[in-house]
Write a protein that binds this ligand. Structure first.
Ligand code: NAI
Length: 305
């Protein structure tokens, strides 16, 4: 049966439900709707849904200004008609082929949501989490054994409409059929999929976060300034953005939060301890509310929006 279903020409995923209408969920809903998928966007309040729709229409008009400047409204309306919204989680998944969860980064809240959805969604519905720092396996274990075969990580990057990469995270239970359906839908969303096991940070953050932390340590020791480190990595290593510009973009609180989470994983031997030693300079900036671009100051100062 497995063989038969993978050779069926129709696309396995036609209807996607996205949970969480924040920064990431709005972006994921948008790229799905832009590429012919029917999308249901769900959040806990109407206000959050409105916020998500606002993020989407702003992004679409930015894209339309470049691609179809004469018909910005038509372009936007065409995508928007593929998106429904609801605060009713049960209704949101009733005929969905894929759930992509992009709600707050809390293991308990994510597990509660999936446990509930497991009883409401179709048996064939694939469940995916966009978590950056939690274990996909631990989230999946909130569901029954059959759903765990249909469970994976689907990790998008911010800003979703612009960033081409999606990491598909397999747990030891994820079936090949599930994995292939996720690859297919990722490509349909015009993203480039890569595959990784369920390990801390997956591919990108596992390499990027220790590098960012090492850059802060260099400045903390007084060995170079943030400006010189950025120039060095941009012009000497060909990176599009130096580590301090990137830290301010990602948010210093987010970086601190991820490294804190990894310290717990280091304790159980999943990652080496030295990579995530606490950095007083980072913690001090976070305490002072200097979180990067979003707060107007991080390693650099920004004009307040
Ligand atoms: P956000 O804070 O912008 O949005 C989260 C949304 O989830 C809010 O609208 C909130 O109302 C909603 N929500 C909370 N509990 C809910 C529930 N039980 N059901 C439905 N909606 C609920 O967060 P953001 O930045 O979009 O992150 C979402 C997820 O994506 C997190 O797991 C995060 O780790 C992951 N992620 C974030 C990236 C980033 O750069 N911000 C990058 C890649 C992944």
């Amino acid at each position: 049966q497995r063989h038969l279903s993978t050779s069926v020409p129709t696309k396995k995923v036609q209807k996607v439900t996205v949970f969480g209408a924040g920064l990431m969920g709005a972006g994921i809903a948008q790229v799905g709707a832009q590429n012919g998928l029917k999308v249901v966007l769900s959040d806990v309040t109407d206000k959050a849904l409105e916020n998500g729709l606002k993020i989407i229409s702003k992004s679409l008009s930015r894209i339309a200004k470049k691609s179809s400047p004469d018909d910005i409204e038509g372009f936007t309306a065409n995508v928007m008609k593929n998106i429904e919204t609801t605060t009713d989680a049960s209704k949101a998944v009733e005929d969905s082929d894929l759930v992509v969860e992009a709600i707050i980064e809390s293991l308990k809240v994510k597990r509660d949501l999936f446990k509930f959805l497991d009883t409401k969604a179709k048996a064939e519905c694939i469940f995916a989490t966009n978590t950056s720092s939690l274990s996909v396996t631990e989230i999946a274990e909130s569901c029954g054994a059959e759903r765990q075969e249909k469970f994976a990580g689907l990790h998008f990057f911010n800003p979703v409409p612009a960033m081409k990469l999606v990491e598909i995270i397999k747990t030891s239970k994820t079936s090949q059929e599930t994995y292939e359906a996720l690859r297919e839908v990722t490509v349909q969303m015009r993203k480039a999929p890569v595959t990784c096991n369920d390990t801390p940070g997956f591919i990108v953050n596992r390499l990027l976060v220790p590098y960012l932390l090492e850059a802060i340590r260099m400045v903390e020791r007084g060995d170079a300034t943030p400006g010189d480190v950025d120039t060095a990595m941009e012009l000497g290593a060909g990176y599009p953005m130096g580590p301090f510009k990137l830290l301010d973009f990602v948010g210093l609180d987010t970086t601190s939060y991820i490294s804190q989470g990894w310290r717990d994983k280091a304790a159980s031997g999943q990652i080496s301890k030295e990579l995530v030693e606490p950095i007083p300079m980072l913690e001090k900036l976070v305490k002072e509310g200097k979180l990067g671009r979003k707060s107007g100051q991080g390693f650099y100062e920004y004009e307040k929006k």
